[in-house]
Design a protein around this ligand. Sequence first.
Ligand code: FAD
Length: 397
Amino acid sequence: MAVDLRPEPAVAELARRTAEFVREVVVPVEEQHHGVARTEDIRTDLQRRAKAAGVFAPHVGVGFGGHGLDMRGRAAVFEEAGYSLLGPLALNIAAPDEGNMHLLEAIATDQQRDRYLRPLAAGEVRSCFAMTEPAPGAGSDPSALTTRAERVAGGWRIDGRKWFITGADGAAFTICMARTSGEPGAQGGATMFLVDGDNPGLKTVRHIDTLDESLYGGHIELLFEDCVVTDDAVLGEVDQGFRYAQVRLGPARMTHCMRWLGLARRAQDIATERAAQRHLFGSRLGELGMVQQMIADNEIDIAASRGLILQACWELDQGGSASQATSIAKTFCAEAVWRVVDRALQICGSLGVSGDILLGRFLREVRPFRIYDGPSETHRWAIARRVLRRHDKAATR
Ligand SMILES: Cc1cc2nc3c(=O)[nH]c(=O)nc-3n(C[C@H](O)[C@H](O)[C@H](O)COP(=O)(O)OP(=O)(O)OC[C@H]3O[C@@H](n4cnc5c(N)ncnc54)[C@H](O)[C@@H]3O)c2cc1C
């Protein structure tokens, strides 16, 4: 059986144009702002230029102004966008908006799509996704969900506290996960609600000071207090929130991997350039064996990550949950991109830790990926449990 891993010609062409756009337009802006876009002017200007270059919103359907790429197509294009920390923002494929668009396209009603998805896909507004809570609430174990939504006349009243909600500062709406039945610890009973940013019951408690800074809109602690929403704010069906979370989480895990893989490649390019130019102990840095080992190990981590992403994307494109493949790819990529950036920094020596180049910033940005979208330990636990289930099933045949 022939296996062709190349993207279709139209996708390859879009990836090529994205690479060109990121290198020529986005990287200079990123370098000017040290990898962090802090103003709406920067965001909207980058997005205007991405639209002009014809590379904007590659993931959403054509009816919403996008290119309608499947997961394998996204793998090719998102990796090129991720070559710069600001590439995903420019293309409107940054977290959490990109995952929210995917979710809204999959389960929202026509009215909800017009009201929330259309302006989000156009980059006119931003959004956030509110699941995680301070202890003892939902984190690695979503069933610990404590935020509650109670029935009131014509709608629901939401009460609870969320934290680490990326992009919440300035978001036009939040997709909030709240418990509508059962007690914390119960496997079901969650519902997703679309909460407008100007709802008086939704309050910003604080910006959380974090290692990473490049995800636009910060990481925010939110308080839902007497937050009343109407019935049409329910996304999908009541009590089905955990099921819908899987619709978002599997693909969102992979798109995070794609974007960070692009950044790992950038780190490798920076380190390779340094290894080619710098001379010490009578030779080029890149001719010293231990440096070659780091360059080679980076190349292996990058290639292996891409292969695992493609495998998981193929399974998602076939309509499967791909839970094992996405767990494997996520765990490997999150650790591999950290290794790649860390080795690249090492090759650059003191220059690597300085603010003169961006490797130090990259290192800070990729570290939290081993925690969000499921910590490595949670995924390894889930991977091993599936293996044991498979063993037990085979043993009882
Ligand atoms: C930068 C960043 C952005 C985020 N953005 C969002 C967002 O936009 N929306 C949102 O809802 N959430 C967001 N999160 C939260 C993120 O999803 C959670 O941090 C994650 O689910 C882990 O939950 P927790 O932090 O409560 O850690 P805990 O659940 O307290 O876990 C702590 C540690 O326990 C260990 N552990 C967990 N499970 C197991 C296991 N089965 N076996 C062994 N050890 C285990 C792991 O080492 C883990 O790191 C973000 C987090 C970060 C860091």
